[in-house]
Write a protein of this length. Structure first.
Length: 249
C-alpha cells in the first residue's frame, strides 16, 4: 500500500503509526500473498487477545457489583464477531484492505473479513504504541457496546430467554428450523424460524445459522410479549419473571 493510502487509513483509525509497516501488514489479506505467514493472520491472533483484555478490564472497572457470570456474558457480546464487524464498518476498514483479485468486490468478500481486519489493526496499534495506545483506540469504540450489553439484561442470548420461558410454562423445547439459505459457501445467509408447542413464529435471515437462530428467538419473544423494542432500538424485558440464564446457548 502506498503512503497516501496508509495516511488515509491512519486518518480513519485516528491513530498515527510510528512504524507504518505494522499497519500495512494488518491490512494485508492472505489472498494476496504467496505465503500466509506474510498476511495479517498472526496479527488477528494477537489482536483478539488484546481486544479481550481491554474489554475485560473495562467491564471489571465499570461494573464492580457484577459477578463473573454476568461479566462473562457482557464480554462475550462486546467482543463478538458481529460487534467487531460493526466497528470495522464504522471505521471504513474494508476500503483499505489489500485483497486478492477474487475478493475485491463486496459480493465476494466473506462477512467475517471486516471483523478479522479489526483484530489485526488492534494488534498493529498494540505493537506500534503499546497497551496504552491500543486501549485508547478501543475504548471509545467498544464502550457503547459494553453499556448496551449490560443494560439489556439478556446480552442478546435470546435463545436462552426463550428456553427459560418454555420451561417455566412446561412447554416443549423450542425447535429451530432452517427454512432457506442462499449465497456462496463463504458468505451464506440462513432463514430460520422457531417452533414452540406446535406454533411457528416469524422467520429471520442472518449471515450465520447461529445468528439466524438468535434472531428467530428474538422474533418469537417479541410475538409473545416478553421482549419489547424501545424507540431507541433496544430490546427490553416486559415479562420480569423471565431471567437470563448464566449459560450461553
Amino acid at each position: 500500500m502506498d503512503e497516501s493510502a496508509l495516511r488515509q487509513a491512519e486518518a480513519a483509525l485516528r491513530y498515527t503509526f510510528n512504524d507504518r509497516t505494522y499497519l500495512n501488514l494488518a491490512l494485508t489479506h492472505a489472498s494476496v500473498v504467496d505465503a500466509r505467514i506474510n498476511s495479517n493472520e498472526r496479527m488477528e491472533f494477537l489482536g483478539d487477545s488484546v481486544l479481550g483484555l481491554v474489554v475485560c478490564a473495562r467491564i471489571y472497572e465499570k461494573f464492580p457489583q457484577l459477578l463473573e457470570g454476568e461479566m462473562t456474558k457482557i464480554k462475550s457480546l462486546a467482543v463478538s464477531r458481529q460487534v467487531c464487524s460493526e466497528i470495522a464498518t464504522q471505521l471504513g476498514l474494508s476500503q483499505f484492505l489489500i485483497l486478492g483479485k477474487g475478493m475485491q468486490t463486496s459480493a465476494d468478500m466473506p462477512t467475517s473479513l471486516p471483523a478479522s481486519a479489526l483484530e489485526a489493526v488492534i494488534a498493529a496499534i498494540y505493537l506500534d504504541g503499546g497497551a496504552g495506545a491500543a486501549s485508547a483506540f478501543l475504548l471509545p469504540l467498544v464502550d457503547p457496546h459494553i453499556d448496551r450489553a449490560a443494560e439489556s439484561g439478556h446480552q442478546q442470548n435470546f435463545k436462552s430467554v426463550l428456553q427459560q420461558h418454555a420451561q417455566r410454562l412446561n412447554e416443549s423445547t423450542p425447535i429451530y428450523r432452517v427454512l432457506d439459505e442462499k449465497g456462496p459457501d463463504h458468505a451464506k445467509c440462513f432463514k430460520v424460524c422457531v417452533e414452540l408447542s406446535g406454533k411457528k413464529f416469524t422467520a429471520s435471515w442472518a449471515q450465520s445459522k447461529k445468528r439466524a437462530e438468535q434472531m428467530a428467538a428474538l422474533a418469537a419473544l417479541r410475538d409473545l410479549g416478553i421482549i419489547q423494542e424501545t424507540p431507541g432500538g433496544e430490546n427490553r424485558f416486559v415479562d420480569q419473571e423471565v431471567e437470563p440464564s448464566r449459560n450461553d446457548t
